[in-house]
Ligand binder design. Structure first.
Ligand code: BTN
Length: 260
């Protein structure tokens, strides 16, 4: 089965195979969720390194159990894909940050990163990342599923002030297949680099794109302070009245405080 858009998967496979032997790329016209599907496959023993793209998701999932639907519902309105591969880093901290950084760097210099793993443009969410693992840890690592959802076309209707950002507003040439072709090979390289060296070598580049650098923020656990970027392990650094806090949990979300 393949989709209705021109995804140029052959070129993606050829670019990625030298970095990730056995890599396959597939497009489905419709699936519940590309993350869910790759986890199902891995649990059934189908654990080849795979890129799975969906033109439409009927049950797309976001972080913290949220539903995710990027852009309007038609094919190409959003870019929704998951990359599944076995991975064995010494330390998993910061993987989703490394993913966000790679995607942002592949797409546009103006894209900012909102800790832990959203891409923002002009103060609005452009894309989200959901990293999950399938099954239990093996001696040689885990099968990790990295889901990326990017709004490509504007969502019609709703309140304009809260409307998410969309990729074609940054660059009208960035339709879903073009964006995918641009970002997959660097993403695979970034994930492989993370496996070998961890997040620390990427912290400076992440901080250069940090959407909240230096801003007053409030965390969902009630903490308020000044955001000071990320540490070498990917933790968010927040200067509070009672000292410097480093937030590791990805269950905590962060918002800028309205300026006085
Ligand atoms: C978030 O913003 O909370 C994360 C959104 C992640 C959405 C992507 S779309 C492809 C993959 N499949 C899913 O069900 N979710 C991720």
């Amino acid at each position: 089965m393949s989709g209705s858009l021109s995804w140029r998967l052959d070129a993606i496979e050829q670019a990625v195979a030298p970095v990730l032997p056995g890599f396959i790329a597939e497009v489905l016209p419709e699936i519940d969720s590309t993350n869910t599907e790759l986890i199902r496959r891995a649990r059934a023993g189908r654990d080849a390194p795979t890129l799975l793209v969906a033109e439409r998701q009927t049950a797309g999932r976001g972080r913290m159990g949220r539903h995710w639907q990027g852009g309007p519902g038609e094919p190409g309105g959003a870019l929704a894909f998951s990359l599944g591969l076995p991975l064995a880093p010494a330390d998993w901290s910061g993987l989703s940050l490394a993913v966000g950084l790679s995607v942002a760097e592949s797409l546009h210099p103006d894209i900012r990163l909102k800790w832990p793993n959203d891409l923002w443009w002009q103060g609005r969410k452009l894309a989200g990342i959901l990293v999950e693992t399938a099954g239990t840890a093996q001696a040689d690592g885990r099968f990790v599923v990295i889901g990326v959802g990017i709004n490509v076309e504007p969502l019609e209707g709703g309140d304009f002030s809260t409307r998410p950002a969309w990729l074609k507003a940054l660059d009208p040439a960035l339709d879903a297949p073009t964006a995918l072709g641009r970002l997959v090979q660097p993403l695979v390289r970034a994930v492989r680099g993370f496996e070998r060296h961890g997040f620390a070598p990427l912290a400076e580049r992440f901080n250069a794109r940090d959407a909240f650098a230096g801003l007053a923020v409030r965390l969902s656990d009630g903490t308020e302070g000044q955001a000071l970027g990320v540490a070498a392990n990917g933790a968010l650094r927040v200067q509070t009245d009672t000292g410097l806090r480093e937030i590791i949990s990805s269950e905590v979300s962060v918002r800028p405080l309205p300026s006085a």
